[in-house]
Design a binder for this molecule. Structure first.
Ligand code: PLP
Length: 419
């Protein structure tokens, strides 16, 4: 069969599946795709739940979940159904008009996270950029910071996205080098250091922006009391506390938000990744009316932000989290993960940090780099991703069974002891 230029011969899903092998597809990407990633050599063609299938039909357990964008697994039936239903009715209006799905999404999301208002965006980086704009405007209009003097305090080893402003306050040289000049107005303090944070706050500070757990840095969990301390210091300094929960939020740590572990309520909470149910990009800035209320018509926007398809999927995601089942599941399966990893300490694992279904595992560098271990695991049907050096990150879908989790950790043990 030869496909016509209109592609109308490609009627069945099977005939549209590629006839090229994984190796051919990887080679085909090289000359035509920007090299800003270094993916594992696996070409995924289908997926369901915690399992993916490559072009050759090998089934593999997904222990990364799209960096937490797939908290509910691949193609969760409730999310796919919500998307299908919405696709058949209305997909995009732009915010020039109201759509009939956005009110409910905003009501239920703000209730879920205990905030008053939300600003819908698409990607995580956009939510971060939006929060910086809101914090600056709040600083000028409410706090009374002189024009163009506002500062935002951030932490070392942060990851908040890839835009020019955001990489400008990264401490990762690979992320920054070659992309300047950068946006001024940021101060960097060591993470998990309340004294350094206190010293950086002054009358120009609009906000402190931190991740409650630093995912990209290797699932770095601050000391108990750090988030409470950040809340107290920001309140005393009269500045905002912005929590980037784009990776840590929406069930991953065993609670709806990572800040819930300390019962802390930030002024702005940033959500993304899992908010789109693994289907489309959906992000949001959530916050108090006093803060998000500073935005007026025309001062900020997004063509796609708050579109009805995103609202329908996002509402279905909120619906899953309203039950509490996924948060409990992350906490329960998290103990299985923690127990399994504890057994590996001293047997190829130097140490690990874990909360809920999320772990950064430091592999003995004598055994291999994170990348090498990831490739060995891939060959045995377990997909993970290295972060830095010899650290690998585990973040399986919250739907994974205890049995599957034990298999994954057991395979890691095998790879570390036998290669
Ligand atoms: C992934 C991530 C972002 C950026 O999200 P994108 O959708 O990739 O722009 C921001 N903050 C944190 C903590 C993240 O993990």
């Amino acid at each position: 069969m030869t496909a016509t230029t209109t592609g109308t011969d490609r009627t069945s899903p099977v005939s549209s599946r590629t006839s090229r092998t994984s190796a051919e597809l990887i080679r085909a990407e090289e000359p035509v795709l920007a090299h800003n990633y270094h993916p594992l050599p696996v070409v995924v063609a289908a997926a369901e739940g915690a399992w993916v299938e490559d072009v050759e039909g090998h089934r593999m357990l997904d222990m990364l979940s799209g960096y937490s964008a797939l908290n509910f697994g691949h193609r969760h039936p409730a999310l796919i159904e919500a998307a299908h239903r919405q696709l058949d009715r209305l997909t995009l209006t732009s915010r020039a008009f109201h759509n009939d799905r956005l009110a409910e999404f905003a009501e239920r999301l703000t209730t879920l996270v205990g905030q008053d208002m939300m600003l819908p965006m698409n990607t995580g980086a956009e939510a971060v950029e939006s929060a910086i704009k809101v914090a600056r405007k709040w600083a000028y209009e409410v706090k009374g910071v002189p024009a163009d003097r506002a500062t935002v305090v951030v932490a070392s080893d942060n990851f908040h996205g890839r835009t020019t402003t955001i990489v400008g306050f990264s401490t990762d040289e690979t992320a920054r080098t070659g992309f300047g000049p950068f946006t001024p107005g940021f101060r960097i303090v060591p993470y998990n250091d309340l004294e350094a944070l206190a010293a950086a706050l002054d009358e120009t500070t609009a906000a402190v922006l931190i991740e409650p757990i630093q995912g990209e840095a290797g699932v770095v969990i601050p000391d108990d009391g750090y988030l409470t301390g950040v809340r107290e210091l920001t309140r005393r300094a009269g500045c905002l506390f912005i929590a980037d929960e784009i990776q840590s939020g929406l069930g991953r740590t065993g609670r709806t938000l990572a800040v819930d572990h300390e019962g802390v309520v930030p002024d702005l909470v940033l959500l993304g990744k899992a908010l789109g149910g693994g289907i489309i990009p959906v992000s949001a800035v959530t916050g108090s009316r006093e803060v998000l209320g500073v935005l007026g018509p025309g001062e900020h926007g997004s063509t796609f932000g708050g579109n009805p398809l995103a609202a329908a999927v996002g509402t279905a995601v909120v619906g899953l989290l309203e039950t509490g089942v996924f948060q409990r599941r992350a906490a329960g399966a998290g103990t299985v993960l923690r127990d399994g990893l504890t057994d590996l300490v001293g047997r190829g694992v130097l140490g690990f940090r874990a909360r809920g279904l999320w772990a950064g595992v430091d592999i003995d560098p004598a055994i291999g780099t994170g990348r090498e271990i990831s490739e060995l695991l891939m060959a045995r049907g377990i997909l993970v991703k290295d972060t830095h050096g010899s650290t690998i990150r585990l973040a399986p879908p919250l739907t994974i069974t205890d049995e599957e989790l034990r298999t994954a950790v057991g395979t890691l043990g095998d790879v570390l002891t036998r290669g």
